[in-house]
Design a protein. Structure first.
Length: 135
């Protein structure tokens, strides 16, 4: 979607929502919830890395790069909330260690837009460092 929007000459706004809200019919079991969260966490990390690659390789406009970088950081920080929702403490610790080992927070720090986002990244880094041992 981001690549298509960057290459589009004109974009038209449609005020109608493209989604429907629905109430969940049941609360999934812990193993099903873990499987779903694993998929969401993996895709969120992948999306953040792909946005970083788009900024590095395809965006020539500095203002557009900053805007995409802001969205990258804002969206990627939500992955930590999903990790907290994971029912398995060992999986939570493993995810936090993986994010630290793969330099995910330095990626976010490099794309943070302002002091508020840098503070959020630093705070989440510290929380992830602690919870990689105690979660």
């Amino acid at each position: 979607t981001t690549r298509a929007l960057l290459r589009a000459q004109r974009v038209q706004f449609d005020p109608e929502p493209g989604y429907l809200y629905r109430l969940p019919l049941r609360r999934p079991a812990a193993d099903e919830r873990a499987r779903r969260l694993d998929a969401v966490i993996a895709s969120s990390i992948y999306n953040a890395r792909q946005l970083a690659a788009i900024i590095a390789n395809e965006v020539a406009d500095a203002a557009m790069a900053r805007a995409i970088g802001w969205q990258l950081v804002d969206g990627a920080l939500s992955v930590l909330h999903k990790i907290e929702q994971h029912p398995d403490p060992a999986a939570r610790r493993a995810y936090y260690r993986r994010l630290r080992d793969e330099q995910f927070f330095s990626l976010l720090w490099g794309h943070a837009f302002d002091a508020r986002q840098k503070r959020q990244v630093a705070s989440r880094w510290w929380r992830a460092a602690r919870r990689s041992f105690t979660s």
